[in-house]
Write a protein that binds this ligand. Structure first.
Ligand code: ARG
Length: 589
């Protein structure tokens, strides 16, 4: 189904043509002056130069040609040459009718279907999931769903950080605590135990204490480095331990992501990229891309047009060790081999932007990816506490994701108890659903790159631009639908969405009709916040209509049935969008 704006562009193009002007001048856009009209066309201004004619004269010609068209209630030419368009009620209602019949609500699929890898989540094995990883998971999940909705083939990859110093730290700390374990016995040749020698609780305690210890104790830090090196070179006992760390950690991570409604298609890890490194380095040397600089092996990635210095991408340190960039490049080698993606999107803290500029340039320059492969960085800002500093627990520690989710969920629960809207088990389940929506919407409604303040009171408010407000709107519609179904006297004929009778009804219909534009923008600009903005406007339009209209008491039964159809469509639009943002609505709240 064609988007409404494209349909009326077509009509305007025909009018330009009929008046003897170039067709392409007929492009229609949303109005800059919603107080005057809904859509506008600025083609007369561009036409003025082409035809050496006053823009207003062209605008008048075209407006005249359009005025008989049933799509418009009003067409006016306004100085200096705008064409203002207001849709006719019948046309808009017919468009919504068509939308309703379409399972995709009239949103067209992407013209060219891409294979897209999204690299998001990015937790580090054995370190607790903290709020820093929250944003990546939430934003990445939404982008995944949006791309899929348009028919792209998307592979969500969690890209675990499992190859760093944290492994050596844990191994050495464990060695001191449990020296009797066979993993540390070089002479041991038997089978290692299947059971991990620690629980997730212990693991989470081991890492921070080992990390603190390495800062104060140089000898220990050195040991951790050596252990990491030994592991990375395939020490049998250490590999077995690392496997335990990985398994215990991953099953905990999965549980946490599940609570967030975040799922990954593949659980690849930094270590999976390691086998690709030697060959990649060899090719980079042979291709003349890599050269030595102060003992390190680097690839220059600076470009003439750079306004600030972009340092070379380092592949190997002088001691031969690989780096974060080496792993990311090798990961691209693997992705190319497994999926040959058209696009790879990284959802990562914006402080890592320079790293990705280097990696992307290096990958393009050295031919790891094809010239046409899109490498995109979606960098996000920090989530701050109300003091404007990065979010911490009350005692100053890094806030764990689990606690954060609980905090917001409990705030919602308390609110529901205050309003005594529900009790018992239902209240608990509803608080889970609404709390998650509050958290996700609170995050997604901000432009990703900006820092934002995590404010439980604001996020859980039932009013304003919040998740609960959107859910409340959906719940309100559900409740009207249920009440309508219970009415005895309902319209017996075939109900249709009728031309709007009031301003607020027309505003609602227009808002519903714009779902395609909102979704396309959110996808193309990789901006879920634009989708939030849209559902906020749509909810406002609905609530305004609701307050001004007697729906259940309407006496004209055909009109009433039409309202119900419009409500149903509004609900589907809202539910589609929140599904793409990654949350759902309860039945009551
Ligand atoms: N594990 C990294 C971190 O916690 C994020 C990984 C991002 N993805 C990537 N391909 N580098 O900072």
């Amino acid at each position: 189904m064609k988007k409404l704006i494209d349909q009326i562009t077509e009509i305007a193009e025909q009018a330009f043509e009929a008046c003897g002007y170039e067709k392409k001048l007929g492009r229609v856009t949303l109005s800059n002056r919603p107080d005057l009209c809904e859509y506008q066309c600025n083609g007369a201004m561009a036409g003025a130069k082409l035809y050496h004619k006053a823009p207003i004269a062209i605008a008048k010609d075209v407006a005249e040609a359009l005025s008989g068209n049933s799509a418009f209630a009003e067409v006016t030419a306004a100085a200096p040459g705008f064409i203002n368009l207001s849709l006719s009620g019948a046309y808009l209602a017919a468009y919504l009718e068509e939308m309703e019949k379409d399972s995709r609500l009239g949103v067209p699929e992407a013209g060219k279907k891409e294979t897209i890898v999204i690299d998001y989540g990015g937790p580090n094995v054995a370190k607790p999931l903290h709020v820093g990883h929250l944003r990546s998971a939430i934003i990445g999940e939404s982008m995944k769903r949006i791309y899929r909705f348009f028919g792209h083939q998307v592979i969500g990859d969690v890209h675990l950080g499992d190859w760093g110093l944290q492994m050596g730290l844990i191994i050495e700390e464990l060695k001191d605590r449990k020296p009797e374990l066979p993993y540390f016995d070089e002479a041991f040749t038997g089978e290692y135990p299947e059971e991990a020698p620690f629980t997730i609780g212990e693991l989470e305690e081991i890492y921070p204490s080992a990390s603190a210890r390495s800062k104060a104790d140089e000898a220990f830090a050195k040991r951790a480095h050596d252990a990491t090196y030994k592991l990375q070179n395939g020490d049998r006992g250490y590999m077995a331990l690392w496997n335990h760390i990985l398994n215990v950690s991953v099953s905990d991570l999965k549980k946490n992501y599940e609570k967030l409604g975040v799922t990954f298609d593949i659980w690849k890890k930094e270590s999976d990229a390691q086998p690709y490194i030697p060959d990649m380095i060899r090719k980079m040397k042979e291709g003349g891309f890599a050269h030595e600089s102060q003992g390190a092996l680097v690839v220059d990635v600076a470009e003439e047009s750079d306004t600030k210095e972009i340092p070379p991408c380092i592949l190997l340190k002088s001691d031969g060790a690989t780096l974060y960039s080496t792993t990311d490049l090798a990961t691209l080698v693997e992705r190319e081999k497994l999926f040959a993606p058209d696009r790879v999107l990284y959802v990562v803290d914006k402080r890592q932007e320079l790293h990705f500029v280097q990696v992307f340039r290096c990958a393009k320059k050295t031919g790891i990816v094809r010239p046409e492969t899109e490498l995109n960085f979606l960098g996000f800002g920090t989530m701050n506490g109300r003091d404007g500093k990065p979010f911490k627990t009350r005692d100053g520690g890094v806030m764990r994701l689990e606690y954060l989710i609980r905090e917001i969920r409990d705030a919602v629960y308390d609110k529901m108890m205050e309003n005594r809207s529900m009790e018992g088990e239902e209240a608990g389940k509803t608080a889970d659903i609404v709390g998650l929506a509050a958290l996700k919407y609170g995050d997604l409604s901000n432009q990703a790159v900006k820092d934002y303040v995590f404010d439980v009171d604001r996020f859980t408010s039932f009013e304003g631009n919040t998740g609960p407000y959107i859910l409340y709107t959906i719940v309100r519609i559900k409740s009207i639908q249920t009440k309508y179904e219970a009415l005895e006297n309902r319209f017996a004929g075939e109900a249709r969405i009728l031309p709007a009778a009031t301003e607020s009804e027309k505003e609602l219909q227009l808002a519903v009709s714009r779902i395609s534009d909102a979704l396309i923008t959110a996808m193309e600009e990789r901006a879920p916040h634009k989708l939030c903005q849209y559902i906020y406007e749509l909810s406002d339009a609905f609530n305004h209509f609701y307050h001004e209209t007697k729906i259940l008491a309407e006496e004209d039964k055909e009109r009433q049935a039409g309202y119900i159809r419009l409500l149903g469509l509004t609900r589907r639009a809202l539910e589609t969008c929140i599904g793409l943002l990654g949350f759902e609505a309860p039945d009551r709240m």
